[in-house]
Design a protein around this ligand. Structure first.
Ligand SMILES: Cc1cc2nc3c(=O)[nH]c(=O)nc-3n(C[C@H](O)[C@H](O)[C@H](O)COP(=O)(O)O)c2cc1C
Length: 286
């Protein structure tokens, strides 16, 4: 099945046949789900498929959003211990839910391909579902998804044509509200300070990068700090290359940083080695 066909044919299913869904299909759904992107590559999700009739009946009772007696109820959870350890506040507040949502959409599209129907459910009693399924406290329940073979014709809410909800570069002028920057050192009048330099100016680019990174870092995973600093070092190196075009060392240092800076998350050992190597070179100019 073409991806776009799966996208167009996915509809929330609220009426299911009682036919059970084989376990290997459920594993295929989980496999599709976990191919989704996650903030900071956290992958803090867990997928609990509930097929036991007694447990399902109880979950159904405490989930007003659930309908159609699905043969399977999936509970998508996030490991919040992992999230707070590795993901920072952003992961706790919204990252995990966004990750779970991305996984859910992957799963729902794969379900279409496998002839299954699904419906995302957010209306459920979290405390009760936790108790019924004995879900440990460290897992946050993000959503339920009902799964099964569809019966009857689903409701298919219409979408407007894409060009009605799409804009390029700017919202229409009548939608734009003037924004104000609160800072006591700037004149409070209409005359907002305008920086005349262009953001492609390397020093200004570095300045913008440092300020926006400092604003974001407190809520981001701790491992992002070294990445941001290294990126800033690379930008500074670019400035030094421009200032001292005859010095090949800066060019070499910059290539070295740029080659390995992305490894902070995937290969921390190689990232650390690169920083050690550059530190040793820099110590020589003290
Ligand atoms: C985050 C989220 C929560 C939802 N919760 C429920 C729910 O509790 N009960 C329900 O019947 N449908 C629920 N839905 C399904 C929506 O009602 C459905 O996606 C929407 O009406 C559009 O229809 P479609 O999915 O068929 O395109 C939820 C969907 C999302 C994305």
């Amino acid at each position: 099945m073409e991806l776009y066909d799966a996208i167009k044919n996915r509809h929330s299913i609220r009426s299911f046949s009682p036919e059970p869904v084989p376990e290997d299909l459920l594993l295929q759904l989980a496999d599709a789900a976990q191919q989704a992107p996650t903030a900071s590559n956290l992958q803090a999700w867990k997928f609990l498929f509930v097929t036991d009739p007694d447990l399902k009946e109880k979950v159904d009772l405490v989930s007003p959003g659930l309908s159609g007696k699905p043969p399977v109820i999936l509970v998508i959870c996030s490991d919040m211990e992992k999230a707070s350890r590795k993901g920072g506040r952003n992961s706790e507040v919204y990252g995990c839910l966004m990750d779970a949502s991305m996984a859910a959409e992957n799963l729902m599209l794969r379900a279409v391909e496998l002839g299954l129907g699904t419906c995302a459910i957010k209306s459920f009693n979290e405390t009760a579902v936790r108790k019924i399924l004995e879900i440990p406290q460290k897992y946050r329940i993000e959503m339920l998804i009902s799964i099964g073979y569809p019966e009857g014709n689903p409701r298919c809410p219409k979408r407007p044509p894409a060009d009605e909800i799409t804009f390029f570069n700017h919202f229409p002028q009548d939608d734009v509200q003037p924004q104000s920057i609160a800072c006591n050192d700037f004149p409070a009048s209409d005359s907002k300070p305008v920086i005349k330099r262009k953001s492609t100016d390397p020093e200004l680019e570095l300045f913008i990068y440092l300020i926006t990174s400092a604003k974001a870092l407190p809520d981001e995973p701790v491992s992002y700090g070294p990445i941001r600093l290294t990126e800033a070092a690379s930008k500074l190196c670019r400035i030094l290359c421009g200032k001292y075009p005859e010095s090949e060392e800066y060019q070499a240092l910059r290539s070295c940083i740029d080659k390995d800076k992305g490894k902070a998350l995937t290969e921390p050992e190689a990232f650390s080695q690169m920083l050690k190597h550059i530190s040793e070179i820099l110590v020589e100019c003290l």
